[in-house]
Every structure is written in C-alpha cells, then in structure tokens.
Write a protein that binds this ligand. Sequence first.
Ligand SMILES: C[S@@+](CC[C@H](N)C(=O)[O-])C[C@H]1O[C@@H](n2cnc3c(N)ncnc32)[C@H](O)[C@@H]1O
Length: 382
Amino acid sequence: MTENLSSNLTITWQEKGKPQQAVWQSEANAAPPKNIVVADDTMKADEAYKLACEGTGFLYKGDFQNAKQLLQAVTKRVDRKPIKPAATMLEAFHQHRARQIQRANITNKILIELNHGNCDLKRAPDVKEAVAGALIVNPKLDKVPAKMVLSLRELLGMNGAQEWRKKGVFIDALQANIHAHYGVYSPIRGEYLDLINTTSLGNAKTAFDIGTGTGVIAAILVTRGIKAVIATDSSPRALNCAADNVGKLNLKPYITVEQANLFPSGHKKADLIVCNPPWLPAKANAPIEHAIYDPNSQMLKGFLNGVKAHLNDNGEAWLILSDLAEHLGLRTQEELLKWIADAGLSIMEKLDIAPKHAKSSDQSDPLYAARVKEITSLYRLK
Ligand SMILES: C[S@@+](CC[C@H](N)C(=O)[O-])C[C@H]1O[C@@H](n2cnc3c(N)ncnc32)[C@H](O)[C@@H]1O
C-alpha cells in the first residue's frame, strides 16, 4: 500500500497577465479549484468567503500573517451557519463530520505558493523543513516540487506537525519522548499506554504490534522485557516514523518494523499480539484520518478474525478499544462481543481507563455527551 504524498496534477493561473503553472498538493487528494485568482491584503473576509463558497481559489500574495487572519475569518463564517439540533448522538456525529468536510472545502480555497519548499511571503515562517517532513518519506523517491501550490490550512498543518515532531510526546512508560511524523497517529491520548504498561505479560517472549503508528506500543513491550517484537503498519509514513523512534530509543535489536496489511508475512506466530485500531467505524475523508476512522470496522474485524491463527499455544491478544463508537451509535457492544465470539476468541479480562484529554471535558463540543462517557479498554483475548 502506498500513500500519494505529492500529486502529479498541475494547476495554472494568470499573474500580471502572464500564465503561471505549479504542482498541486492536496493531502486529501482534493481536486484543485477550477478557477484561481491572485489575492492580496486588500481582500475582505466576506468577499473571500463568498468566492470560496462558489469554488474560486485565491493564491495569496500578501502578508503571511494576514493570510492566516483571513483563514480564521473565513472559518468563523463557515462555523456561524446554524446546525439544526440533532435528535440523536448519531445524527450529531454525522452533522459534525459534514461540517468538518464543509469547513475543509471552503477554507482550503486560500492557497499559498511554495518555491523549493519555501514560502516567499512577507512575515512567513520558515516552512521548508516542515514541508519536506510531510512530503518526503523515502528520500530516494520523494522530492519537494520546485513550484507547488497548496492550501494555507494544509501548510499550517505541516508546520504544526513538524513542531510536534521535534518536541515529541513524553511517554511515562518509556520515560522518553516519542516523535510523531506528519500524518502519523500521535499517542497524545496516552491513557491506554498505562494499561499496556501494567497488564501482566505472563511468559510472553515474542510479540506483534499491529498498526504500530509511531512504534510506541512495540517500544513499551520491549522496555517491559519482550525482546522480539514485530511492528507492522500499512502506512509508509507510520513505518518510517516507527523506524525513526525505534532508532532514537536504541531498540533496533529488538523491534522489526514491517509493512503489512495487519499481520507479519510468512505465517509467523507470537505469544502476545497487541492492536490499537482506529476507534470510529466511519469513512475517513483524508489519508491522515485513517488512524482515527476505520470504515466498516475493517481493521478491527480483520484483526479479530486473523489473530487466532497468529498466536502461539497459550498466547493472548490484547485489543485496545474505546467505546466512543458505542456512545455515538456507530457500533453496539453486542456487535463487538459477537465479532469476538465469531472469531473463536473469549474475553479473559477487560481493563478499563477513562480518557483525560481536553476534548472529554469540552462542553462546547457537539459530541460532548458521548465523549464524557468514553472508556478505553484493554481486552485480553484467548
Ligand atoms: C489508532 S492508530 C494506533 C497507532 C499506535 N499503535 C498507537 O497506539 O499509538 C492505528 C494504526 O493502524 C494503522 N493501520 C490501519 N489499517 C491497517 C492495516 N490494515 N494494517 C496495518 N496497519 C493498519 C494506521 O496506519 C495507524 O498507524
């Protein structure tokens, strides 16, 4: 499986009467705006909002900080549109997703041009490293286009991700930082890691970490004493990121990072198999969302159905799963229990932990009523 890190699409526009051309970059593989005009600091938010709603993209050529303000003002105008009160949590969830898509479609019309990964606008930050961090996974194959246009929102996302990547997230269980790359799930909501760190490993000597992301679970398992872990992921960015963290933590002799759809190749088996799948069974709107949304519970069901064949005798599987999907009406507890039973597995123990992240206590969040009830569990399956 590969990720489309930069497209081959080019876009054209007129500037001072001259035709211009650049590579179009969109993480979500969104089509470029049909019509592109050049805009500057004289552009008013109402006008920008109206044009963006009509599908016009504006290539911002003024001051970078003013462009950011314009983005904020346009976002406010999208969010100001009233949403009818939802009758159920499921309806509230779908409205929330629809609003996210609408917000992205409209605000992504504010465009920025980069030259060799640099933004030449006045008061622009140095984004070169962030752009390279997002677009270059394999230095032999990937390159930042000489002239590229992308949405300001996406550029700010790359910049924010780069700051987090450098800073890292401190993981108690490791007493070290884990560094998430752009597009890779960051273990910022780390309560489930405490469960992984404290649940008895029994006599496990070998383990798989399925959907490893940053490699954090694999690293914890090694730190706890399992000296042979295979960490898989289907995303090249995640694999690159996991390998990076494994190297930084000096755990290379113990962890093999492998690209796989779920389980390692070659009918290998392990004593312990851990998986923290994306927790919401809903459509992902961009590749970056694949760590959160698992359409039709594909990964969850694939893990449950395949895990028994990959376990050694007396081995066990640990499934990490939040029940947010249940509170949102996207999945029932009965369905989950049936999938577990149908896979020939039984629950030995269920260990629960409540999330501490800010969203779970944000009462202005339309999904607050569901989030406040959320519990993350470690299911010990045999
Ligand atoms: C919720 S994230 C968990 C990441 C990490 N294990 C952690 O706990 O921080 C889920 C991960 O599963 C990966 N993934 C999704 N589908 C997969 C599949 N079919 N095979 C392997 N990995 C997959 C995603 O790329 C993502 O890194």
